[in-house]
Design a protein around this ligand. Structure first.
Ligand code: NDP
Length: 328
């Protein structure tokens, strides 16, 4: 028997509740590799899956946790053997199948990535899906070409934003960090931001077709009115990597003008179905380009029993940086 955070649904009221329970290996889903989980994290999607489900969870009882890192305990696949350190993000683990909020997880071998050299399992989960996706965004901006001028990071004090800020600063870019939490200015400057932009500056929907050119690139975790404004402020040929929807699912006030008059690019970033080769590339880049002291500054430690409260907090945008959940 081992511990897991189990979400149950009351069929009559439709309400869900999450609590730490003892489960056994025979409860776990099918898969070639059994992993002794060491750490997991709290992402925005986890907030949904710990709570009402957000349409992501179909079957209850459910073990959430969209990412984890740990040590292989048993494997029916030649690529992995007991003792190997592995990390998992995406593939809808923790959504439509049981995830990382447990001391053990069983998954298809194809879903795993060997831990890159230079990262331990705790650091891998300090990065987690949020940080991994931030790296994918930076890689996409680089492939497209980052223009002169500051690179804007929205939702900067959150998980995606914190990691994007630290990586871009390490790579030598000027980073402008948008936050709705002015009290996080020192934290963001510590990660390498050179300019703090107040959230309110970018949340008013305007009818202007274009605004003054400001940003050489952007990692956007917010969307909504902010993405509509940012597109109009991009420098000629600049690109926005769109990751998230913390501020709304639409792009409010967006017009075609930035695309056709300034050659602006909107790059969609998905971490869930990302091909294996690109996952390896991103984790290697993380080990190389994310300063570990900056990563440590983002970490808030937690245990399985903290998760119901943390799930509510992240949905309200109140989590700072990255939560690392020690499941043991
Ligand atoms: P966090 O909650 O840690 O960060 C989101 C941040 O956005 C908040 O900290 C806050 O930053 C800002 N924010 C929150 N609400 C609003 C609002 N109403 N208006 C403007 N800004 C707001 O979440 P993550 O960083 O983990 O994830 C961010 C987004 O990226 C989520 O939507 C998530 O689902 C998505 N995501 C997508 C992935 C993909 O594969 N495409 C993978 C991972 C995440 P501040 O306080 O600094 O303003």
């Amino acid at each position: 028997m081992f511990k897991a955070l189990v979400v149950e649904k009351d069929e009559e009221s439709g309400k869900t509740s999450a609590a730490v329970q003892e489960i056994s290996e025979s409860d776990l889903p099918e898969g070639e590799v059994l992993v002794a989980v060491e750490y997991s994290t709290v992402n925005y999607k986890d907030g949904l899956c710990i709570g009402p489900g957000g349409g992501l969870v179909r079957n209850y009882p459910h073990v959430p946790g969209i990412d984890f890192a740990g040590t292989v305990e048993a494997s029916d696949d030649d690529r992995y053997k007991p003792g190997d350190k592995v990390v998992l993000t995406g593939w809808r683990v923790g959504e439509n199948r049981w995830g990382g909020y447990a001391q053990k997880a069983r998954v298809p071998a194809d879903f795993l990535v060997p831990l890159p050299e230079g990262l331990d399992t705790r650091q891998a989960m300090a990065v987690g899906t949020a940080g991994f996706t931030a790296m994918l965004a930076v890689m996409a901006l680089e492939d497209q070409g980052i223009k002169d001028g500051p690179v804007l990071v929205t939702g900067a004090a959150g998980g995606v934003g914190s990691v994007a800020t630290a990586i871009l600063a390490k790579l030598g870019h000027e980073v402008a960090a948008v936050t709705g939490r002015p009290e996080q200015e020192d934290y963001l400057k510590g990660l390498g931001a050179t300019e703090i932009v107040a959230r309110e500056e970018l949340t008013e929907v305007t009818k202007k077709p274009l605004e003054a050119e400001r940003w050489g690139g952007c990692v956007d975790a917010v969307a909504g009115a902010m993405l509509g404004r940012v597109l109009k402020q991009m420098r000629y040929g600049g690109s926005v990597a769109a990751i998230g929807l913390a501020g709304g699912a639409a792009i409010e006030g967006a017009l075609i003008t930035p695309f056709i008059l300034r050659g602006v690019n909107l790059l969609g970033i998905d971490s869930v179905m990302q091909p294996h080769d690109n996952r390896l590339r991103a984790w290697e880049r993380i080990a190389k380009d994310l300063p570990m002291d900056k990563l440590e500054a983002m970490v808030q430690p937690a245990t399985l029993s903290d998760l119901p409260a943390l799930g509510r907090d992240i949905l309200k945008g109140q989590v700072k940086g990255r939560v690392v959940v020690d499941v043991n």
